[in-house]
Every structure is written in structure tokens, then in C-alpha cells.
Design a protein around this ligand. Structure first.
Ligand code: DX5
Ligand code: ZN
Length: 208
């Protein structure tokens, strides 16, 4: 299992990013919130871009924003492997996926807990990743929604039916207690479980 670490719940990102850089974590999950698509707001790009000073891990950017087209060119400048935005956020899904690809970066679509997997079908040929939210987007430290297990099963059936090779990432409430519920995922994104601990590598190992 690949592990992506979210530092949304970090009290001091520079330190925690440096500590994560010393682990074997696969990606740094960068949560971006605009105060519109979700009510919380994260730091502006001029501060967020400093991530590169503290880690050389590849970034897995999760845009929880209304207008992905405003953020994609910015985050495309960083050491970014994936940029993912929400299918619920915009009517211009294809345009935004193509914008991400135009920078040579892999593109993803995120779905909220109440969004059915079948909504992804029109976009499957364009997608590199699907991010299944296992909590309502907007904040770290929430409880895992158990229905996610069924949703991952449905998604696997759908991906097989359409012969799709997209990577599946699951985000929200992931810990050693919930990891067995998301075995059908390729990547698990965990925030507070790692960041609020005093041994990042041990927590990462427990999710693999
Ligand atoms: C929630 C974010 C998640 C969150 C994960 O809106 O997208 O990435 O930071 O944090 P935990 O693991 O604490 O649920
Ligand atoms: Zn996230």
C-alpha cells in the first residue's frame, strides 16, 4: 500500500514536513481549501510554495476549491505528481483535467461521500487517479465513514468494466483501525494519525 501524508493538521508545517522527509512516505498530500467549496481556508500559495524548502517528496495536491483553473497553474510549478480536484466543484471538468495534463502532471478527480462512483464514468479515459473521500472534505481528524468500503468495491467493479487502470486513493479518517476497510485502494492518505504521533515512520509502516 502506498501512503500519502497530509499535514493539514500540523501545528508547525516546516518541522513536520522535514520529519516526513526522513520517512519512506510515498507522497506529501497537500490540502488546499478556498473558504468557498469548503468553509475552511488554507494558507495562500505564496506561503504554501515554500514546501520545497522542507521536503523533496513528490506532492499529491488535493484541491478543495470552486475554481480549480485558478490553482492548477500554481501547483503545477511545484514538485507535483498528482493534482486532484472535486467533480462537484465545477462544470468544467474536462477543461480542468486537460489543463493539468498540459503541464505534464497526472490528473485526479475527487468524490465526496455522497457522490456516486458512476459520476466518474464520462471522465475515466482522461483520469490517472480517483480520490475517494472517506470523510466530508473540509477538515482533518474526522471519523472514517464506514460506507466507503462498499464504495471502493463499486469503484473496483466499475474500473474493471471500463478496463480502466486509474489509481485509487482514499482520504479521511485513515489509521491502523480503519486501514483494513480500505484494502481495495492503491494509496491511503492519512493526516492526523501520522502528524499527531511522535513516530511518523512507525505510523506509516502500520498503514502499508
Ligand atoms: C480532509 C482532507 C484530508 C485530511 C485527512 O478534508 O482532505 O486530506 O487532512 O486528515 P485525517 O487523516 O486526519 O482525516
Ligand atoms: Zn485531502
Amino acid at each position: 500500500m502506498l501512503v500519502s501524508a497530509s499535514f493539514l493538521s500540523s501545528d508547525f508545517p516546516p518541522n513536520d514536513l522535514k520529519k516526513l522527509n526522513e520517512t519512506d512516505v510515498d507522497y506529501i498530500h497537500v490540502d488546499i481549501m478556498d473558504g468557498k467549496f469548503v468553509s475552511n481556508k488554507t494558507m495562500p500559495f505564496r506561503e504554501m510554495k515554500n514546501i520545497y524548502k522542507f521536503t523533496d517528496k513528490r506532492l499529491d495536491v488535493h484541491l478543495m476549491v470552486d475554481k480549480p483553473e485558478k490553482y492548477i497553474p500554481l501547483y503545477a510549478e511545484l514538485n507535483t505528481e498528482y493534482i486532484t480536484f472535486h467533480i462537484e466543484a465545477t462544470d468544467e471538468v474536462i477543461e480542468n483535467l486537460e489543463l493539468i495534463k498540459s503541464y505534464g502532471i497526472k490528473c485526479g478527480l475527487a468524490i465526496k461521500p455522497n457522490t456516486p462512483v458512476k459520476d466518474l464514468v464520462p471522465y475515466l479515459p482522461l483520469l490517472d487517479l480517483v480520490l475517494v473521500m472517506s470523510v466530508e472534505p473540509g477538515m482533518g481528524g474526522q471519523d472514517f465513514i464506514d460506507d466507503t468500503t462498499k464504495k471502493l468495491e463499486e469503484l473496483r467493479v466499475l474500473l474493471k468494466e471500463y478496463d480502466s487502470k486509474v489509481v485509487v486513493n482514499v482520504d479521511g479518517g485513515i489509521s491502523d483501525k480503519t486501514k483494513d476497510k480500505v484494502k481495495l485502494s492503491d494509496i491511503v492518505t492519512a493526516g492526523s494519525y501520522i502528524i499527531k504521533s511522535d513516530d511518523f515512520q512507525e505510523k506509516i509502516d502500520s498503514l502499508r
